[in-house]
Design a protein around this ligand. Structure first.
Ligand SMILES: Cc1cc2nc3c(=O)[nH]c(=O)nc-3n(C[C@H](O)[C@H](O)[C@H](O)COP(=O)(O)O)c2cc1C
Length: 308
């Protein structure tokens, strides 16, 4: 498929009041403008979700930070990024100049970290904020926030007072009861949920007997997590009928994106598949556009901000 060929989108979606040209976005940490921007027209994606942005530059974890398997990868990049001030004068204006719908992923080690970033983004050109409370690769904040409903509720309630932008809370699968966490986020003021982030995992080098990645454990993503992620989306949709949901995990084709929409997602994000083939998000978007042609009932619901 030539992903650079002109295309008239036929099936849009609405997520928390924002209109996407199509229901497919890039997943945080797997798109970077300088690395991926030449492969397709970023303005033609449903949304571009950026790498997590923190109050000050973070170096991330030591190398090696990734380990590949046949249908999965484990990463412990650790939210490396140049910080919110750099993001605001560099990547964000460049993405907006290209015409992209931008979701800015927000990272923190503490409530204050998240608040500082959200305050700085409140008057920015970002279309939506995605609060990452689910990263398994940072020692404080990250996943620990996303696994405790009380801590999560306190954080989201505070962030809600700092911004009018649509706020997506990105949930962790590393919990006993995803529905309880989802309710905590929604009750505290989330406008939408995205799920899932990576599952905790590891690989061991059998020649040395030692973990491959320096952080020892990391986050598992890729096709192997697809059925797991799909069930998380479905369970949250059954429990909370009206909250917009972005499904993430193992998507590498239009068919898999379509399964998420039938599970109750309003939209999806493509992650690790883009590390294998940088054009994957656009290819998935075009495959899905075609699949939706023969599913008018689903397409009509998405266009109205409803779900299956
Ligand atoms: C290398 C890498 C970096 C990531 N960085 C982030 C991040 O900064 N913030 C975040 O919320 N999720 C991050 N993620 C998680 C992805 O956005 C996504 O939730 C996860 O990989 C599952 O989707 P996939 O199976 O399509 O990759 C990262 C994933 C990978 C593989």
């Amino acid at each position: 498929m030539n992903v650079l060929a002109p295309h008239e989108w036929r099936h849009k979606t609405i997520v928390a009041g924002t209109e996407w040209k199509n229901p497919v976005g890039t997943a945080s940490g797997t798109f970077q403008l300088d690395a991926c921007g030449d492969y397709y027209d970023v303005s033609q994606m449903g949304a571009i979700c950026t790498k997590g942005v923190s109050p000050v530059p973070w170096e991330g974890n030591p190398s090696p930070r990734t380990a590949e398997g046949p249908s999965s990868m484990v990463n412990a990049v650790g939210l490396q990024n140049p910080g919110v001030d750099h993001y605001l004068v560099d990547e964000l204006p460049r993405l907006k100049k290209l015409g992209a719908m931008v979701i800015t992923n927000v990272a923190g080690h503490s409530d204050e970290d998240y608040a500082q970033v959200v305050e700085k983004l409140a008057d920015s050109e970002a279309d939506m904020l995605e609060i990452n409370v689910s990263c398994p690769n940072v020692s404080h904040g990250g996943m620990s926030v996303g696994t405790d409903p009380v801590v999560l509720s306190r954080l989201i309630k505070h962030l809600r007072t700092l911004t009018d932008k649509p706020m997506i809370v990105k949930l962790s699968p590393n919990v006993t009861d995803i529905v309880q966490i989802a309710h905590a986020a929604v009750d505290a003021g989330a406008d939408a949920l995205s799920l899932i982030n990576t599952l905790v995992g590891m690989r061991i080098d059998i020649n040395t007997g030692k973990p491959i990645i320096a952080n020892r454990t990391g986050g598992v993503s890729g096709p192997a997590i697809f059925p797991i992620a799909l069930s998380f989306v479905w369970r949250v949709r059954q429990a909370i009928p009206d909250i917009p949901i972005i499904g993430i995990g193992g998507i590498d084709s239009g068919e898999k994106a379509l399964e998420y929409l039938y599970a109750g997602a309003n939209a999806v994000e493509v992650g690790a598949a883009a590390l294998v083939d940088p054009t994957a998000p656009m290819r998935v978007a075009r495959e899905l556009d075609e699949l939706l042609d023969s599913r008018p009932e689903l397409a009509a619901k998405l266009a109205k901000g409803q779900t299956w």
